[in-house]
Each structure stands twice: as C-alpha cells, then as structure tokens.
Write a protein that binds this ligand. Structure first.
Ligand SMILES: *Cc1c(COP(=O)(O)O)cnc(C)c1O
Length: 728
C-alpha cells in the first residue's frame, strides 16, 4: 500500500496550499464552487483527466498555478470554498444537529459492498453503489454522523469494451491510489492499522483506506498486503468477479473485518445499517461480539436486532447470495465455538424454506435486523410477499418490512446551469430550503424559453462529449467506420433524443424498442420529426443472456438502415451518466414489472428537467403523476404477453403523444407543451425523490430508534428491543 498523498504535490503555491485538501475530499465534486475552482485552473486538463482534481493538479503547468495564486479574484473564491469545506467538516448548522442534537455524538455505521462516489474511485458497478454514494453525500450535507464501510477493489470493476461483433469484452485496469483521494489508514506510529479475520482456517491481515465524502469517512478494507498468503492478497482485487467461493470470502471480510476495524479505530456505532445482503456478516460478527461479552443467544439476538437496519434491493432471486452450509462453515468457522453455540444453531440464522442446505444472506439479515425495508413502495409490498414465510402466523400486510424509496443526491446530479437557473428564479437559497414544497412550485414561474435554452445547451454539450469520445476511440482502436457511426457521431443536434442507460440485465429489456424493428425504424428516420436513441450500460461478466441483449442493440447501432440514429456508448460509468442524464430529451425505462426494485437514473434525469417514459415499476409506480412523463400501464391480465403489450404501448405513446409534443413549436421554436412536462418532472423529483427526503426518513424511522435503544441498552446493561418476532 505505497502511497503518495495529494498534499505532496510540490507545484502548488503556498497561498493555495489547501487545494490539495480540497482535492482529497470528494465534497468538491458536489460543491458548485469547488468544481468551478478546479475548472478555472485549466479547463482542458480538467476535461482530459475526466474531472480528477488530483491528477489535474499533478499535470497542470506550475506557471498556471502560480498565476492563480496571484489572481485576487481566484484567491477570493478559493478562500470562500475552503471556508465552506471547513463548515461542512465541523457539521455547523445542519439538519441533524438541529433536530437530533443529543444524538450528534453517536455514530451510524453503513456497510455496503460498493460505493459509487466519483469516476476517479472506480469501486462500484451500478445502482447499489451509486445509491450508497448518494447516501453518504446526503448524510454529510445533513450532518448525519454516518461512517461508511466497504471493500477497496484495487482493480475496480471491469472496464467495458465492445468488440466489432457487439460482444462485450471485459478489460481491467489497476487503479492508481495516488490519483485518487484514498489515503491509507495508519496507526499513531505511522504503521498501517490492521485487523485479523480468519477465513478457511487461515488468518488474513486486513488493512484499510479512507476516503472522505464531506464529513463522512468511508473505510475500505484491503487484503493486498505482503504478509498475507498470495491467495489472500487478491481477495479484494475485483468487485463481483469470480465464483461464490470468492464472494463468500469477500463478504466475510467486509462484515467481520469491517466491525473489527471500526472497533480498532475506537468507533462504536449506535446504529448499524447493512445495505443489501452482502453485508450480512456484519450482523453475525456483532452477534459473536455480544456473546463473547457474556450475553445469552437470545439477548445477543435482541441486542443486534434493536440496533440494526437492513435494506434489501431486489426481488430477483439471483440477486440474493446464498452459500452452501459446508462452504459457509469452512469459511467463518469456528466462530460458533467462541459463541458457545453449535454450528447448526449459528447456520440456522440463514435458513431458507426452499433449500435447507444453504446459508441465505438475505434471510439471515432479516432475522438479525429489527428494521427491514425495501426501496420503493411497490418493492416494499413485493418484499413482504417474498419474505412472508419468516412470519408464517402474520398476514402479509403485517409482515414487518417497510420501504424507504430511494432518492438521488441533487447536488451530484443536477447540472450547474440548471442550478444557476433556479438561483435566478427561486432565489440562491433554494438549496437549503428545498424541503419546502413552495420552493419547487416556483419552477412553474420559470420562463419556458429560459428553461428550454438551458436544456438545449446541455444537449449540445452531451453531443459534443459523444463526438470527442468517439474520436478518441476511433483514433486508438477502431478501424471500422460502422463503429464510429454507431457510437454517436451522426446524432443530429435537434432530433428528439432518448436515453436508455442501465445494467444489461434481461428484465430491464433494453431491446424492447427493437421488437418491431421496422416500426422503430420508421419512427427514428422520419425526416421531418427524427428521433434518436442513445444506449449505454454494462452486462455482468457472467451474464451471457444480458450480453446477447447488448449485442443486439449494438448491431442495430451500426446498421445503416437506422441512419445513425441508434447509438451505443461504451463503458458506462458516472462520468458518462452525468452527461447522459443531463443532455437527453427523454429518459426511457422498461423493466418488466415487478422486477425493478426502484431505479434511480430516471430521477437523475428528472432533476435536469428530462421527463420519463417508463413501465409502472419501481419508483415510477409512485412517481408518475400524469404530467411529468408517460407511463406504460401494467398488463390487464396475468396471461397476456407482457413484452408484446408493453412494446405496443411504447410505440403508440411515442408516435401519438411524445413525438407530437416535442415537435409542437411556438413561433420562437420553444415547445411549450414539452417544457411543461419538463417542469413537472423537475418539481416531482426535487420534492419527493431527492437523497434528502430519503435520508430524513432513514434517520427518523430507523436510525433514531436504533440509537435510542442503543442508549437504553447501555444504561440498562442489556438490550430490550425485540421489536420484531422473526423466528429462527
Ligand atoms: C444511476 C446509475 C446507475 C443506476 O441506475 P438505475 O436506474 O438505478 O438502474 C448505474 N450506473 C450509473 C453509472 C449510474 O449513474
């Protein structure tokens, strides 16, 4: 774990010394002023480094930095940004401090297998990670005393390259921590702070990195240490790679190692949040701790439950990890001996009625958490159905699983010019007043032309980005002209542009628009009212059906029959996502209900005034109002062919409603009817689907009750919070 920290960049002038501190805290990425400061130093290098300030500060001409240090206006802005960062770190005047002041010295631990914070920290694969990243950023904004725990994937998630035939190839680039804001976690004497986790009969030393998201530290565990067995050094190299055996080890490291690291650092959380079943062993480790401390099995269970929150993120069975009993016992054994119980008692926590021989991570997390939730209203109901068997004597409605609908971090996803526009119309303080409904209603006063112009500007930025990116790929490795055409260089500047970007899992149906390829072609290539489709997304490396869907889409993209109006963007990640959700006209979302737990990219688009066309699944089932986009209704009866029904509806809405609304222009070229949809999209997402709304609900309904019962347990000497009667 060799490391050169950002503050060792010698070319930074003294007057601007703290630029290194700023670059090392991802807070800059959601501070408009912070971003602006880096952009102003050197726009070209800023773009070339894909908005990586550490890399930029290393590469930029030292003379330019000296010039900035002598520019009073720059220095002034620098001072302001640094003052804001200090206020964030001190948690001054925050929502949590104001409403829950007596809990402000407590900590909430948030465990997740991935965190999507910024492109320069590639330790996420998709929705789950992005949500975790937005969760941490929002916690910082609101002063919620959260600490994140995850794994450091030194080789990250795979980079996507698509071959000429459209088949996805996975490539792998090692991450250089010196170009990231990650710093090693050290002891007072400067040596790495290590903990030990025993897995498969071998002790593994576990170190950690820390990355700051504003006031929220995130600790990432790493086993790539000289002292470890070569087999163990690679355990944390890659995210979601390898078979169940590696997954099991990684999850055991995350859970047991994470708890031990926090203890080692003197952090004793009062609430513990397992975000998805990958983090279940965090709950098991705390059960072990309690019993080693002398609690009985029942008391330990009650104590862990009272202070734990578990969030489940998918109704798709394959999304839930389960491990064979023997395998699990070999990995985590013999922890039951320390606990004074037998192997089968411990493993029974993960029982699942459909398979008696597995340790089911979700089942275990549900039994060990007093608070369990799904991630949208619909997903909450679906989850109650799926897990009803844990509470056989209850009605479905009384199954103690609730929901908190996901939200997205506004300052991360809303484009600068959109925020500037809102400053002008509803006052520069809208950012701090955005929980007030009136603030959002102010958007209806926005001048149609002003909003349309900002959107047009963002759309052109996006198209320019696509062209530049294609130019680079063509230069580096694409001899085939068809690929260049299919990568977006032929996109028109004025055509109705539809974005579709998500993981290529089959249930998300990226290929549904091609079900009737002729009908789609007629729609796209109408010379007077053209439409274009932009796709992006990765298929999981082990998901061949998903790769086949991607391949079909890719082949349409390079088929001249579509006249360059279908585009596939390679290597979808946060940087691409930003441009896409801010720059398209319409967001398309076609999961097969009820398999999408929530979906968040449509919310990101909506925050930029981009309406959505989607099936009534996940968040759209509660977010669609009739004015903020279009919905594909659920099939009338269970026997209908869902794909045929949904495709037919999609074509019809596009042909009869969406295209006409988009091309219905006033004399000055503004589509007022369309702009009205844009405004409603913005208001609905801003008011109800922001990270802030989500976080406030987690705090009030989950974290505070946990923290209160932790205090109670502490003063009574034991816990009392057996709030759900989940049986073993
Ligand atoms: C938001 C986001 C996702 C998740 O999108 P969903 O709509 O929730 O599927 C995945 N990848 C990236 C890069 C994102 O920004």
């Amino acid at each position: 774990m060799l490391h050169r920290a950002a503050n060792e960049i010698p070319t930074i002038p003294d007057r601007l010394r703290d630029l290194a501190t700023l670059a090392s805290n991802l807070w800059w990425s959601w501070s408009r002023e912070g971003r602006g400061l880096f952009r102003e130093i050197d726009l070209l290098v800023w773009r070339q480094t894909r908005h990586n300030p550490i890399e930029m500060l290393r590469r930029v001409d030292p003379e330019r930095l000296a010039e900035c240090a002598n520019d009073p206006a720059f220095v002034d802005r620098y001072d302001q940004v640094m003052a804001e960062l200090r206020a964030t770190l001190d948690r001054q005047h925050t929502w949590f401090g104001t409403t829950q002041g007596d809990l402000a010295d407590r900590t909430i631990a948030y465990f997740c297998a991935e965190f999507g914070l910024h492109t320069s920290v590639p330790i996420y694969s998709g929705g789950l990670g992005l949500l975790a990243g937005d969760h941490c950023k929002t916690a910082s904004d609101l002063g919620v005393p959260l600490v994140g725990v995850g794994l450091m994937y030194t080789r990250g998630y795979f980079d996507q390259r698509v071959g000429p035939s459209g088949w996805q190839e996975d490539s792998d680039e090692a991450l250089d921590p010196a170009l990231t804001p990650l710093v090693p976690v050290l002891d007072a004497d400067g040596a790495p702070a290590l903990v030990t986790v025993r897995a498969f009969g071998r002790d593994i030393a576990v170190g950690a990195w820390k990355v700051m998201a504003g006031a929220v530290p995130i600790y990432l565990l790493d086993t790539d240490l000289d002292r470890n067995d070569p087999d163990d050094r690679g355990l944390t190299h890659r995210l979601y790679a390898g078979g169940p055996d590696l997954r099991l080890r990684q999850e055991w490291l995350l859970g047991a190692g994470g708890v031990r690291l926090l203890r080692r650092l003197g952090i004793h959380p009062a609430a513990w949040h397992a975000n998805e079943g990958h983090a279940t062993f965090m709950l098991v480790e705390r059960l072990r701790e309690s019993m080693v401390d002398g609690m009985t099995w029942d008391d330990a269970l009650a104590s862990v439950r009272a202070t734990s929150v578990f969030t489940t993120h998918t109704p798709v069975a394959a999304g839930h990890d389960q491990f064979a009993h023997d395998e699990t016992a070999d990995c985590i054994g013999p922890v039951w001996e320390e606990m004074g119980v037998d192997r089968d008692t411990l493993l029974s926590i993960g029982n699942h009625p459909e398979d008696g021989q597995v340790f089911h991570m979700t089942a275990a997390a549900i039994r060990l958490s007093g608070h369990v939730n799904g991630v949208s209203r619909l997903h909450g109901a679906v989850t109650r159905d799926v897990w009803h068997h844990v509470w056989p004597d209850r009605d479905r409605e009384n199954v103690p699983i609730r929901h908190v609908t996901n939200g997205v971090h506004l300052a991360t996803w809303m484009a600068n010019p959109m925020m500037d526009l809102l400053d002008g119309v509803i006052g520069p303080d809208w950012g701090t007043r955005r929980h007030e409904p009136d603030v959002w209603r102010g958007i209806f006063q926005l001048d149609d032309e002003a909003l349309w112009n900002v959107h047009q500007w963002l759309k052109q930025e996006f198209l320019e980005y696509v062209r530049e990116d294609t130019r680079r790929r063509w230069r580096d490795r694409w001899p085939e002209p068809a690929r260049v055409a299919g990568a977006g260089v032929l996109l028109g500047p004025h055509a109705l542009t539809i974005g579709f970007a998500r993981r290529f899992a089959t249930y998300k149906r990226a290929d549904l628009p091609f079900r009737d390829a002729d009908r789609l072609r007629r729609l796209l290539t109408d010379p007077r009212r053209p439409v274009q489709l932009v796709f992006a997304g990765k298929a999981h490396p082990a998901d061949d059906p998903g790769k086949h869907v991607l391949q079909r889409v890719y082949q349409y993209a390079s088929d001249p029959a579509f006249e360059g109006r279908v585009t596939f963007l390679e290597d979808y990640e946060m940087h691409v996502a930003h441009r896409l959700v801010q720059g398209v006209d319409l967001w398309l979302n076609l999961p097969r209900p009820p398999l999408e737990a929530c979906g968040t990219s449509g919310m990101k688009a909506a925050l930029n005034g981009v309406p959505q066309l989607g099936t009534l699944d996940g968040w759209w089932a509660e977010g669609f109002t009739g004015s903020n986009g279009w919905a594909i209704p659920r099939v009338p009866t269970e026997n209908d062919d869902v794909d045929a029904h949904d495709a037919e509806h999609m074509y019809r809405v596009l042909e009869e409603e969406i295209v006409p609304a988009f091309y219905d222009r006033r004399e000055d070229g503004v589509p007022s009817r369309w702009v009205d949809y844009m405004k409603h999209a913005l208001v609905e997402a801003g008011q109800h689907f922001s990270g802030q709304a989500m976080m406030q609900q987690y705090v009030q309904d989950y974290y505070v009750p946990c923290m209160s019962s932790a205090r109670h347990a502490w003063s009574m000497g034991r816990a009392d919070g057996n709030r759900n009667s989940a049986g073993g």
